[in-house]
Design a protein around this ligand. Sequence first.
Ligand code: CAA
Length: 291
Amino acid sequence: MAHIDEHPAGSALVAVIGLGTMGAGIAEVFARSGYRVRGIENDAAALERGRSLLQKSTARAVARGKLEAEGQQQLLGRIDLGTDLSAVADCSLVVEAVSERLDLKTALFAELDRLAPPEALLATNTSSLSITAIAAATARPERVIGVHFFNPAPVQTLVEVIRTVSTSDDTVERTYAILRTIQKTPIGCGDRAGFVVNALLIAYLNRAVRLYQDGFASREEIDQSMVDLAGYPMGPLALLDLIGLDVAHAVLVRMYDETRDRLHAPAPLLTQLVTAGRLGRKSGRGFYGYS
Ligand code: CAA
């Protein structure tokens, strides 16, 4: 089988496992660049959610003039949805984007290792778990790598490429080449909690939660200040709602575990909102309400 990087578009097959916010966005990005994509979910209900996310996001791209209506249909037509993991059998790249649970991911990678072609790259989009631990669940740790996309994946061009002590140079080079074919900008980093972006960004977001919980300012004042002053596209509390409070919390927990730096101790209010199920946009309520 030819390597995916010899076929930047058209015939190359990419599997995306998990079609939540990130997985659906990643599937969209590959399909937009001409790749054939297998989108795989656990069950029919999750698959339908993924289909709806893909439909909505591409409709938004059409509404914003980024895609023709015909292009939307072609893009969606390049994504085959299913629940059978053995569909990875002829894929050159597998990108995993399931829930952030190490037991789930290690079990999944052991299966993917069994089912995917031996030369296929196995990538994880995890933002909070050890890629080294995920790679260790396979017999091909040299072909396991982190590809950390940002939300919303169809819009954000940056992707962190995380190598472990086991990842081979060839895997890193192939991953960079693939990401360039989908118009992303890869940056490399090692497997440490938070990688580069979250080590900076999530600490700042956590600080904003502390300001709000301690009554220093309203959520609107905190958010507006960073939009007006720093030119950020959205304020920190609105951004937490977009990212998912549970995702940000998981990143903080791992960063705190690894560094013991108090900067990364999750703000109590953040923990409480996660416990209460107020996870942000995806659950309809976080710091703000969404209908
Ligand atoms: N495909 C292509 N382009 C699309 C698109 C799609 N599916 N959907 C939207 N776009 C484009 C729009 O055309 C628009 O482009 P222009 O600016 O060139 O017109 C742009 O994306 C913005 O879209 P909208 O106008 O619809 O939305 P907006 O202006 O309200 O912006 C936002 C929304 C993109 C989310 C913006 O507010 C933003 O970038 N916020 C910051 C997000 C951020 O920081 N993300 C990183 C979070 S950290 C993370 O994800 C990692 C982690 O591990 C936690």
